[in-house]
Design a protein around this ligand. Structure first.
Ligand SMILES: [Fe+2]
Length: 242
């Protein structure tokens, strides 16, 4: 089944401009990744980095934070999706933290107090996990980041997370690529599965392309990370050689 990627992209562009407050926030940002730089960094939907997480250690450590996972978002709460804040507005585990959900949805509900990724730059205690130490090369360059926990059937519908020029970059990893499909629009509205994902490997993800994901098992974790444009040189230094 084909999707209408143009419509999804247009709707996201509109979602970024839900209110004058939100437009003002984007206008105040002092740094964007240019379309040219973005395209040269994202040659594929997922670009492997040399950064790798020790999955066994992560799965052990994450149990300490099991009480801090919150149902994802305000809609579709029947879908078994949970989020834990890694980088949010105040570095605390907040009740009903808006970052444990779609900020597009939040900004539609609360147009006069919008939140965007770059508003979130404080690390929570979960970032002190030993298994996440390889990520700390991005300290001082973080913005909104989460750990997602999905059970069987959890999914995201086709969407995008940024438009170009982009105010942030996105990184992604999973603990269980055998039981998680992530698909992207190959250019004609057909979603195809990205193959040969290595569990624990951190990838640069091109979320300006329409993509979706689904879990086929319980306790599938994803790192759902954003960094500021200032991280671009660190990323370039950590690309896997082809
Ligand atoms: Fe996404």
């Amino acid at each position: 089944m084909k999707i209408d990627s143009k419509k999804i992209t247009l709707e996201t562009q509109q979602a970024f401009q839900t209110s004058k407050e939100q437009i003002a926030k984007f206008n105040l940002l002092d740094s964007y990744v240019s379309s040219y730089e973005y395209k040269s960094l994202h040659k594929k939907f997922l670009t492997a980095t040399t950064i790798k997480i020790d999955i066994e250690l992560f799965l052990d450590e994450i149990n300490l934070y099991s009480d801090q996972f919150q149902p994802w978002g305000t809609k579709h709460k029947d879908i078994p999706r949970y989020g834990l804040a890694l980088v949010n507005q105040n570095g605390m585990f907040n009740e009903n933290d808006p970052i444990n959900g779609s900020l597009h949805e939040w900004n539609k509900l609360y147009p006069s107090s919008p939140i965007i990724e770059t508003d979130c730059q404080k690390l929570t205690d979960a970032m002190s996990m030993i298994s996440l130490r390889p990520l700390r090369i991005f300290d001082n360059h973080w913005c909104r980041s989460n750990i997602l926990k999905w059970h069987t059937g959890a999914h995201f519908k086709p969407h995008i997370d940024t438009v170009l020029p982009s105010p942030w970059l996105r990184l992604w990893a999973t603990t269980d690529s055998d039981n998680l499909d992530i698909r992207y629009d190959q250019g004609d509205g057909t979603l195809i599965k990205f193959e040969n994902i290595e569990k624990g490997r951190v990838y640069i993800i091109d979320t300006s392309i329409v993509h979706d994901a689904i879990s086929y098992s319980d306790n599938v974790y994803q790192l759902f990370l954003s960094t500021l444009p200032s991280s671009i040189n660190i990323l370039k230094e950590h690309l896997c050689l082809e």
